[in-house]
Ligand binder design. Structure first.
Ligand code: M6R
Length: 613
């Protein structure tokens, strides 16, 4: 999605804005622009395509100023073009605005402004904003912050704004209403950004603006007000991300680095959430043991990869806690008229904590008086703040657009949580719980085993990547693994891929099988009641000459005898096998993408954080 950065301080703003935008590239964009103020002179540069195009424009035609705003745009209203790129200006070219999110009532505002003589230069919803401010300023000249506040009062939707104006050339304005924005505090300089990595190198403390707040930033002060005009004390927090963590650390892509970080992330989660008695400890969640006794149902909501984690969570809750559990997509949940009451715990899963559909589901659940527990990777995110309890996955910044380490961290979190609730409710035998905790402790090494075999995975990807399509199969705990493997493949290699529950094969998808179709099948066997059944599914594929790529346990000659290629993984308890098996599928997708020559960290059309519905 779009990215915002802004700067005010003693240094030249343009290079800092471009650096910030570069750090936000991973969010996905199709054009970029900056606006700088030098005294009363406002300069704007915009370019379609890569950020380097904007850099070239700034090199050819420099823009000076120690105050500025920048933006990477991911088109929603109007095609990617210079006219539609941000910043957008008022009719006098004195106010510049960058915007993330959507203005829902822009069409009516546009008509109103047109009737007052405004001639719009873009097709965007954003352009109404500088023009509304201009109108407010015309009605009551003088106080720009007031005019801005009144103009915002006319907007409906979810948005974050950065604003500068030649009418107040010593101030940077920031507004948050439903879309994330922070004010980053450096040494004698201040930044704004839609995401902390944009300004990580320069700030150690940040104000996480809340919805309905605006900041007026001058060189020596940050003044935060609610949009109703009341002053608020800014909520300043330490920024605890290590800048080095956001670097690639020698890996060719962020995605490959993040795949390799998974053993460390899981070890850290175990360290945080397993007590010295080898049982999960979740006192910090703030949900009392009694609460889990009265609970009747768990409803998990999430999107994309996090939805696949949700399906896994549902299976674990059903198997280990005796609770009824459901998993739904954030984008569907709110429209299906969910029958949830206060005895339902809603678990929202999100790497970013800013996914609009997941947030909307959480807000609906809150109106229905449910408690919200989130499994989230970003401290200070909207989801974390709107939840009653948060299980932080603390996987570190995930920069690759395709989610990897956040996913296995979500699975591990679900495993710990379900064991915890199962023990509390006396539905899970303590001896089995101890086996599962021991199994979790073995997972990081099992993932290392897979990582060590990446050349074998690469060879299989090289062999099968060129076809138009592929199919992924798995059952029970590894049904979400199949869905996630297919999603990874289509996201980064652009090869069409479908994930199915293997038992569904004969209900339709079997028609696709021929001697060209790669069929990736997860068929690991530990204590697995569906192992034999999955073998039967493999035989159905073999009989139709499908090209089977199996993920199997070490030494499984039965599966290897059916498959064209077998990728081996170590045995771990059935319930935990998805955390290991998916790493093979992440790497398979990765090397297929590499062979197909795609932009792995920034796949086309995708955004890291989907902050619009
Ligand atoms: O930040 P979230 O976990 O809420 O994001 C949800 C999805 O948008 C995300 O998982 C998406 O599917 C990724 N591109 C998956 O790789």
């Amino acid at each position: 999605m779009c990215g915002i950065v802004g700067y005010i301080g003693p240094r030249a703003a343009a290079p800092l804005l471009v650096e910030g935008l570069r750090n936000l590239e991973y969010r996905g964009y199709d054009s970029a622009g900056v606006a700088l103020l030098d005294g009363g002179t406002l300069s704007v540069r915009k370019r379609v395509g890569r950020l380097s195009n904007l850099e070239d424009a700034l090199a050819t035609e420099p823009a000076s100023g120690r105050l500025g705003i920048g933006h990477t745009r991911w088109a929603t209203h109007g095609e990617p073009s210079e006219a539609n790129s941000h910043p957008h200006l008022d009719s006098r070219n004195r106010i510049a605005v960058v915007h993330n999110g959507i203005i829902e009532n822009y069409a009516e505002l546009r008509e109103e402004l047109k009737a007052r003589g405004h001639v719009f230069r873009s097709e965007t919803d954003t352009e109404v904003i500088p023009r509304l401010i201009e109108e407010e300023l015309r009605a009551a000249p003088g106080d720009f912050a007031e005019a801005l506040r009144r103009a915002i009062g006319r907007l409906r939707g979810a948005f974050a704004l950065g604003v500068i104006t030649a009418d107040a050339p010593e101030a940077l304005f920031a507004v948050r209403e439903g879309s994330p924005l922070i004010v980053g505090l450096g040494e004698g300089e201040t930044f704004i950004a839609s995401d902390v990595p944009a300004v990580l190198r320069h700030v150690r403390r940040a104000i996480y603006l809340r919805d309905g707040e605006m900041a007026e930033i001058t060189p020596d002060r940050v003044r935060v007000r609610r949009l109703d005009g009341t002053e608020v004390r800014p909520d300043t927090q330490n920024v605890d991300l290590n800048p080095e963590a956001a670097e690639r650390a020698g890996f060719e892509t962020f995605m490959l680095k993040e795949i390799h970080e998974q053993p460390r992330v899981i070890r850290q989660l175990l360290k945080t959430y397993v007590g010295p008695d080898d049982r999960p400890r979740f006192e910090s969640l703030g949900l009392s043991p009694d609460y889990f006794q009265i609970l009747r149902r768990v409803m998990i909501v999430s999107c994309g990869t996090a939805y696949h984690a949700g399906i896994y969570g549902r299976l674990l809750f059903e198997n280990l806690t005796g609770l009824a559990a459901e998993a739904d997509l954030g984008s569907e949940f709110r429209y299906r008229g969910p029958r949830i009451e206060k005895d339902t715990l809603v678990i929202a899963v999100s790497q970013s904590g800013e996914t609009a559909d997941t947030l909307a589901s959480v807000r609906l659940a809150r109106r229905k008086k449910c408690k919200i527990l989130s499994i989230c990777n970003v401290r200070g995110s909207s989801l974390a703040r709107e939840s009653d309890a948060v299980l932080f996955t603390d996987a570190g910044p995930e920069i690759g657009v395709a989610s990897t380490k956040a996913y296995t961290a979500q699975l591990t979190s679900f495993a710990l949580l379900a064991i915890h609730v199962g023990l509390l409710r006396e539905e899970l035998d303590p001896a089995r719980a101890a086996e599962l905790i021991a199994g979790l402790r073995a997972v990081p090494d099992a993932i290392h085993y897979v990582l060590d075999r990446k050349e074998a995975i690469r060879a299989v990807a090289d062999k099968h990547h060129s076809g138009p399509s592929s199919m992924y199969l798995g059952r029970k705990f590894n049904f979400p693994t199949a869905l996630e493997g297919a999603l990874k493949n289509k996201e980064i290699s652009y090869q069409h891929a479908e994930g199915y529950a293997a038992g569904e094969l004969k209900h339709g998808p079997i028609a696709l099988i021929n001697e060209y179709l790669p069929v990736v099948c997860v068929c690991t066997r530990t204590r697995d009641e569906v192992y034999e059944k999955t073998l039967s599914n493999l035989k159905e594929v073999e009989a139709r000459h499908g090209r089977i790529i199996a993920v199997a346990n070490d030494g499984d000659t039965t599966v290897a005898g059916l498959a064209e290629d077998t990728l081996y993984v170590p045995e771990v308890p059935e319930e935990l096998s998805p955390i290991v098996n998916v790493v093979t599928l992440q790497l398979l997708a990765y090397y297929a993408a590499q062979a197909r020559g795609t932009d792995i960290d920034k796949p086309r059309n995708l955004a890291k954080s989907v902050t619009v519905e």
